[in-house]
Write a protein that binds this ligand. Structure first.
Ligand code: PAN
Ligand code: ZN
Length: 182
């Protein structure tokens, strides 16, 4: 990679070697939400976009960084807010999330099943240490836009989230970060 000065938003930046925008609709995420009746109804009613993301993956031989932007729309599926699938990195490598706009919660889970829950909003950073699976939830009323920066080559294990289960944010239990419908 070469030095770059990039506008970071919903769409991948023009002129850089990015992945195409990955759009995740509810039909792509059926297994990740608990309320299967709500999933069926919402998919039949138009299959909403839940989130989209793109990435610029460092492919050089040195110690570069990969980065990208995720935009999660506001909304609920049954009692759960719109959220990412969540994943564990398969190779060692840390990650940092920085919010651009909106309000969210990052849920972390480690090998011991310990769970952490961190607020994500402009001006706050979430640091994801090696070994912690992570999922991001939009618990606000606006789109949640955040930048991810991570060590290259970490890979993504999504199967483990389905196999072992992963925390979600129930919209009746959010407390002070709950803003939907207010
Ligand atoms: C992020 C995520 C992105 C989408 O860039 O990949 O927010 O979430 P899922 O990958 O869980 O669908 C990241 O954590 N990269 O490592
Ligand atoms: Zn990650």
């Amino acid at each position: 990679m070469s030095p770059a000065n990039v506008e970071l938003g919903f769409e991948p930046p023009a002129g850089l070697d990015s992945t195409p925008l990955q759009v995740r609709r509810l039909s792509d995420l059926q297994d990740y939400y608990a309320d299967k009746d709500a999933v069926r109804e919402l998919v039949a009613a138009g299959d909403p976009e839940i989130y989209a993301y793109w990435a610029i993956e460092y492919a050089g031989g040195g110690s570069g960084l990969s980065y990208g932007v995720t935009t999660i729309q506001p909304g609920v599926v049954g009692h759960e807010f719109y959220m990412t699938k969540g994943h564990y990195h398969v190779a060692p490598g840390d990650e940092m999330y920085l919010a651009v706009s909106g309000h969210g919660t990052v849920l972390l889970r480690n090998d011991a099943g310990e769970v952490k829950r961190y607020e994500l909003k402009p001006g706050r950073m979430v640091y994801i240490d090696e070994g912690w699976g992570h999922r991001t939830v939009n618990d606000g009323v606006d789109p949640l836009v955040f930048i991810s920066i991570w060590s290259p080559g970490t890979g993504h294990d999504y199967e483990r989230v389905l196999r072992e289960g992963f925390p979600t944010v129930d919209d009746y239990a959010v407390g002070e970060s709950r803003s939907l419908g207010q």
